[in-house]
Design a protein around this ligand. Structure first.
Ligand SMILES: CC(C)(COP(=O)(O)OP(=O)(O)OC[C@H]1O[C@@H](n2cnc3c(N)ncnc32)[C@H](O)[C@@H]1OP(=O)(O)O)[C@@H](O)C(=O)NCCC(=O)NCCS
Length: 157
């Protein structure tokens, strides 16, 4: 059966089990799912976008803030068995369009210096490295690259 893939905004209070599974498979120290759920309930600028395979499961997510005309990407991952098929590019392109519709003009995020796939993804979408936070991450200790995109409305899928 051909599956349909769609992006949708998660509702406050819905199960985040699919996100938890992707986090566990993607990050050494994942952002706690309880903290993410609390953010969705209590922080009006917090958004969680899910990439869903229908019928099926959540195969990716993007947790972010839309605040003061900026999109802050806090966490992004695609399920390991679904990578290298354009899913992250599709998810981010849709998130950017939704953020632009809410007034965002720029986007920013931090990424480990050694995360070659993620840096390549962001640079392919027009982000550029504008700063470094030395030793920002732990386990392993590593610099964070600070990336910005200043023309969010210009991104097309
Ligand atoms: C980074 C990540 C989100 C990419 O997801 P993905 O769905 O595989 O990415 P896409 O298939 O949409 O790839 C889009 C572009 O990103 C780059 N890219 C993605 N994976 C790459 C890899 N392993 N090596 C080099 N470049 C890569 C390429 O430029 C690619 O374009 P191309 O396929 O035309 O060459 C995924 O590898 C992931 O979840 N990693 C673990 C979590 C993580 O590091 N999150 C980011 C934290 S800031």
């Amino acid at each position: 059966m051909t599956s349909i893939v769609r992006v949708r905004r998660a509702a406050a209070g819905e199960s985040l089990a699919g996100v938890a599974a992707i986090q566990a498979a993607s990050f050494y120290r994942a952002w706690g799912i309880d903290a993410m759920a609390r953010e969705l309930r209590e922080n009006p600028v917090a958004r969680l976008f899910l990439l869903e395979e229908i019928p099926g499961r959540v195969i990716g997510f993007c947790a972010c803030w839309i605040v003061a005309g900026e999109l802050h990407i806090n966490s992004l991952a695609i399920a390991p068995d679904a990578r290298r098929r354009g899913h992250a590019r599709r998810l981010l392109t849709e998130v950017f369009a939704l953020a632009v519709a809410e007034g965002a003009q720029a986007a920013t995020l931090e990424v480990r210096r050694s995360n070659v796939p993620a840096v390549a993804l962001y640079e392919s979408l027009g982000f550029a490295v504008e700063g470094v936070r030395p030793d920002y991450y732990e386990q392993p200790r590593e610099d964070a690259l600070i990336l910005w995109h200043h023309r969010l409305g210009a991104i097309r899928g």
